[in-house]
Design a binder for this molecule. Structure first.
Ligand code: FAD
Ligand code: SIN
Length: 524
């Protein structure tokens, strides 16, 4: 079955939804199609807690200060032009969110109640209690539902991008320039594989935290966009830079890990080790509010020193009423585990949280493949460098979805003709594949990555990871070539590819920076 639109959007987090709304508004006579795997709202966006970093009132904050904080957190590897472009656009993009009905908390004087997080020199985080992402996702989905030129297909899983390779096969050289024409998509309910074609394809598939055992990312974050872009030969970069959030709730058996927002430390919480010491003073003068890579490594070191599986967040000295007003979701979660935050410390440990690298894009969100845009966590814009400043990623997605819309407006071809796109060919011979094999392999990827490619790496660990991943790659390829295509199998393929890329990029880096740290490059 072929479904033709003008613009195909893959993914329904903040990047995909904000882009779809903008393009639908700008081109009322064009058809925009969103596809997403699983339910419409499931995404990293939905779980965002802290909020959106935005300089709004220039009498209290400045673009220069936000730019400086972003560059410092990025550990020297940010693209300064990009940083300036994103941060100076933030006010306009925030106003758009307000127009779309997103509500942010205000204080009793009617002013926005701005939060603070690690690495920020000012209070500048717009938030909706501690469920900012849920509020954004809910509001954007409501607009999409009421927009007549957007078609929305949930439970539709993008398998692969369609480029010249699928159209002309071996007649096309692997090195030649590529154009994207849409994607092959698995209907997760009927199991049909459909061909979605479009002049423009917008890749907004989010992150890949599921390559690790402990992650704050939901089950859908399996690096699918990275896998698709890699197979289509798009340019990727910075895949070695993984952000581990310092403070996920330590609750063995719970997956994904529940986040205790960095805004809690911005609100005044202390980090303590098993000996009740406020250990951050040993590591950084910014204490609990140092950038994330530094705090996560400090916690990792403390846990190793103490032989413990977690450290603690102490909020017992804070104003309880003010705390529950800002963090009702976190308070309820703690309460459900019999943690009384008035007297008990909250057990926390680092968890894989964000992928700084991804599909390389320019300032208009254009990838190295013609007509393919990438936005949000799947992309690598240069904003984050080696370590993302907290609450800069929702902002990044809004800015780049805006820029992509502007770019398309300049280039839309009125009489665009697609080449003859073949339908998907089903080559499966074995329809009885044991699902448990895929589950075992998925767990194995996570174990390999957590054991060998975590917060602290080494050449030896990376080599071990590479060897083990290669075995999994071969097994997965055999299954993929002969078995019925399922979401589990496709996700596993992308998890292995993403894991492989993280390892290979890590092996090439010879200096510790931000989210990459190897014992082999320690400076004593
Ligand atoms: P996502 O929101 O993850 O959306 C990706 C979409 O693509 C999903 O709908 C998914 O189902 C779909 N998809 C994936 N693969 C396929 C496929 N093969 N086919 C079809 N659809 C597919 N950032 C901040 O700036 N501030 C915060 O406070 C903050 N808090 C966070 C808290 C948590 C717990 C987490 C996990 C992240 C947080 N982040 C925060 C990071 C931020 O939420 C994400 O980087 C951002 O939401 C990513 O948006 P996105 O649209 O790129 O991807
Ligand atoms: C948090 O609330 O700690 C997450 C913020 C982010 O990842 O930007």
């Amino acid at each position: 079955m072929k479904i033709k639109s003008d613009i195909l959007v893959i993914g329904s987090g903040i990047a995909g939804l904000s882009f779809a709304i903008k393009t639908a508004e700008k081109f009322p006579d064009k058809k925009i199609t969103i596809i997403t795997k699983g339910t419409k709202e499931e995404s990293n966006t939905k779980y965002a807690q802290g909020g959106i970093a935005t300089v709004y009132d220039l009498t209290r904050d400045s673009y220069e200060a936000h730019i400086k904080d972003t560059l410092i957190a990025g550990d020297g590897l940010c693209d300064e032009e990009v940083v300036k472009m994103v941060i100076t656009q933030a006010t306009e993009r925030l106003d758009e969110l307000l127009k779309w009905g997103v509500s942010f908390d205000k204080n009793k004087n009617g002013e926005y109640d701005l939060g603070k997080e690690g690495g920020h020199s000012k209070h500048r985080i717009f938030h909706h209690k501690d469920i900012t992402g849920y509020e954004i996702e809910r509001s954007l989905l409501r607009i999409v539902k009421n927009t007549s030129n957007i078609d929305f297909y949930d439970f539709h899983y993008a398998i692969d991008l369609i480029t010249e390779h699928q159209v002309y096969g071996d007649l096309i050289s692997l090195d030649s320039d590529k154009t994207v024409f849409g994607a092959y998509v698995l209907d997760e309910k009927t199991k049909d594989i459909k061909t979605f074609t479009a002049q423009y394809t917008f890749l907004a598939t989010g992150g890949s935290g599921q390559v690790y055992e402990t992650t704050t990312n939901p089950f859908v974050a399996t690096g699918d966009g990275i896998g698709m872009a890699y197979r289509a030969k798009a340019r990727l970069s910075d895949m070695e830079f993984i952000q581990f959030h310092p403070t996920a709730l330590y609750n063995p058996g719970e997956s994904p890990a529940f986040l205790i927002s960095e805004a809690v430390r911005g609100f005044g919480a202390y980090l303590r080790n098993d000996k009740d010491e406020r250990f951050m003073k040993k590591y950084d003068k910014r204490l609990e509010l140092a950038p994330r890579d530094i705090v996560a490594r400090a916690i990792d070191t403390e846990m190793k020193l103490q032989g413990s599986k977690n450290v603690y967040l102490d909020v017992t000295h804070l104003d309880y009423d003010a705390f529950i007003k800002h963090f009702p979701n976190i308070t309820n979660k703690c309460r459900s585990l019999n943690i009384d935050i008035r007297k008990d410390y909250i057990p926390v440990a680092p968890a894989a949280h964000y992928m700084m690298g991804g599909v390389v894009v320019d300032k208009q969100a254009r990838t190295s493949i013609k007509n393919l845009y990438a936005c949000g966590e799947v992309s690598r814009t240069g904003l984050h460098g080696a370590n993302r400043l907290a609450s800069n990623s929702l902002l990044e997605a809004l800015v780049y979805s805006h820029n992509a819309t502007q770019d398309i407006a300049k280039n839309f071809e009125q009489n665009y003709k697609l080449p003859p796109i073949p339908e998907w060919i089903d080559t499966s011979t074995d329809r009885t594949m044991e699902k448990i094999l895929i589950t075992h392999d998925r767990n194995e990827v996570k174990t390999i990555m957590s054991n060998y490619v975590g917060i602290v790496r080494s050449n030896e660990r990376l080599l071990r990871a590479l060897r083990r991943l290669y075995v999994l790659y071969q097994d997965n390829k055999r299954l993929y070539d002969h078995s019925e295509i399922t979401t589990d199998l496709l996700e596993l393929r992308n998890l292995i590819t993403t894991a492989y890329l993280i390892v290979e990029f890590s092996r090439k880096r010879k200096e510790n920076k931000g989210g990459f740290y190897s014992k082999d490059f320690e400076i004593s």
